[in-house]
Design a protein around this ligand. Structure first.
Ligand SMILES: Cc1ncc(COP(=O)(O)O)c(C=O)c1O
Length: 503
């Protein structure tokens, strides 16, 4: 069915105050309600819709999102947007949940990315999530700790405990940080249900809508989402090569940002390590401006050569660095145990906020973690995972060099989880992903790590989740994808467009 004749750009009123995306959504909704567009009808792809109405792609995407929220259309990943089933009389009395929800600022691509990345087709090798290898989780040690100690622990340890966390774990974390040069005692620590919760709590206690936050470009998507949903305005600090302190100072003077969020060691996604002198200069500048720095540090124990420089928190001479740590990457994410180190005044305020969410984090995980640390089990485990991940990194780097050298460039990360790759030819990583999923390989395209929607030619591969054989297979599939794309572009005999469809 050619439905373009039913969608007429002349019906839009550009002088109307109503945004264009809403006008388009209303127009389509009207045709659906009048059954001009019956259920099951495939609607034009976003790009075509944009052309039909002479609007931007973002406007078209937003129009479809609006219709989706109203339950009038649905999107099938990789296939398109369809008119939903007509509602029967009963369903008219259903609670219109989506309309009750509070506003949720979200990059329109985020849900699409989530579909592609988190629900891969069977047989797909996903290099997308930042996951340690489940085969390396120290389950035996945790089982022994549990069995040996469950009868010796007072049951009251499993009742309600202080919001700030299980004290033996807080003490053990403070001792662990002290060994890394970070001076901390129990009252400086709050345990968390993952460091993601720390980001959320910080946003709740520090940010008002309209506040400025400085972030590296690119950076961790979970942090972007938290700060954006707090209504913060994001200032980007490009630092793939070197941190620009001049630009940061300009931001500090011009915008008085509430905080700077950084991952100084084995950054996610770029893998970059901030050199020691840069750390010192940053602290000097931050101290001068009394800038709060949120240092997110999930990866620094995962070094595959030399140890990285000391954490920013270890250099903190003005009490402005808030340190976030987690056991998700070095042990396993299901522990949901992270922690934050900061001044007691901040810990107290965070505890009040945490009380509203979960009263305190899970005692059993905290109890197990306290024993794991106190019995000195972490060092041995880290030696094992570092050895294994180093092998995987080297195998993958070699395979990428051998099979994809004409297509991508990348730096070999000195630690952490990720290869950050850049396409050599024109084109976006979105298009690459679209082709790659057909070859049952997936990864995260670079635009997911940006604060504003951008068409990006970078992408992230996680090398820790799978063993070397699977990693080799994944690079072969990637190389096959590049070969197919090259052939396709040649066949088209036209230069590849720089604006490619979003799947
Ligand atoms: C930089 C960074 N911060 C925080 C997190 C979240 O970790 P957690 O599992 O402790 O919530 C991740 C996970 O990918 C991360 O990469």
């Amino acid at each position: 069915m050619d439905i373009s004749k039913h969608l007429n750009s002349e019906e839009l009123n550009t002088k109307d105050k109503q945004p264009l995306y809403l006008q388009i959504a209303l127009l389509i909704a009207d045709k659906i309600q009048k059954q001009i567009l019956p259920s099951g009808t495939k609607l034009p792809p976003e790009r075509e819709l944009a052309d039909l109405f002479a609007v931007s792609r973002t406007t078209a995407i937003n129009a479809y999102r609006k219709l989706e929220q109203q339950g009038l259309v649905w999107t099938k990943v990789g296939s398109g947007t369809y008119v939903a089933q007509a509602r029967d009389a009963e369903s008219l009395f259903e609670v219109p949940w989506p309309q009750l929800f509070t506003a949720y600022p979200q990059n329109p691509l985020a849900s699409i990315l989530r579909d592609i990345v988190s629900t891969p087709a069977p047989g797909t090798i996903s290099l997308a999530p930042g996951m340690p290898d489940p085969a390396l989780y120290p389950m035996e040690t945790f089982t022994e700790l549990f069995n040996h100690n469950i009868g010796r622990t007072p049951p009251s340890d499993f009742g309600y405990i202080p919001i700030e966390g299980y004290n033996p774990l807080r003490r053990a974390i403070a001792a662990m940080l002290s060994e890394k040069g970070i001076s901390a005692s129990t009252e400086n620590i709050i345990t968390l249900s993952g460091s993601q919760q720390g980001l959320y709590l910080l946003s709740k206690v520090l940010l008002e809508p309209g506040d400025y936050v400085v972030m590296e470009a690119s950076t961790f998507i979970g942090a972007i989402q938290v700060f954006q949903s707090a209504g913060a305005r994001i200032l980007s600090l490009p630092c793939s090569e070197k941190l620009s302190l001049e630009l940061l100072e300009d931001y500090l003077i011009r915008y008085r940002p509430k905080l700077l969020y950084m991952i100084p060691t084995y950054q996610n996604p770029t893998g970059r390590v901030m050199p020691a002198h840069e750390r010192q200069n940053l602290i000097k500048l931050a101290k001068h401006h009394r800038l709060v720095i949120v240092e997110d540090d999930p990866y620094s124990d995962l070094y595959y050569g030399e140890q990285p420089p000391q954490a920013l928190k270890a250099l903190d001479s003005y009490g402005g660095v808030v340190y976030l740590g987690t056991f998700s990457k070095i042990l396993f994410p299901g522990l949901r145990t992270g922690y934050l180190a900061g001044p007691p005044v901040l810990i107290n305020r965070l505890a009040l906020e945490k009380q509203l969410i979960d009263l305190h984090s899970n005692n059993i995980a905290q109890w197990l973690m306290a024993m794991f640390l106190n019995e000195g089990k972490l060092a041995g485990h880290l030696t094992t995972v570092r050895r294994e991940y180093k092998k995987r990194r080297d195998t993958m780097a070699k395979a990428l060099r051998r099979l994809c050298a004409n297509d991508i460039e990348f730096n070999v990360p000195e630690g952490g989880f990720y290869f950050w790759c850049k396409l050599k030819q024109s084109g976006t990583s979105q298009q690459l992903l679209q082709e790659a999923v057909k070859n049952r390989i997936s990864f995260v395209p670079g635009e997911a790590f940006h604060t504003v929607p951008t068409l990006d030619n970078e992408f992230r591969l996680c090398f820790t989740t799978h063993n070397e054989a699977v990693l080799l297979e994944s690079v072969q599939r990637l190389a096959k994808t590049f070969a197919q794309l090259t052939k396709k572009n040649r066949a088209n005999d036209a230069p590849p467009s720089s604006v490619w469809p979003i799947i």
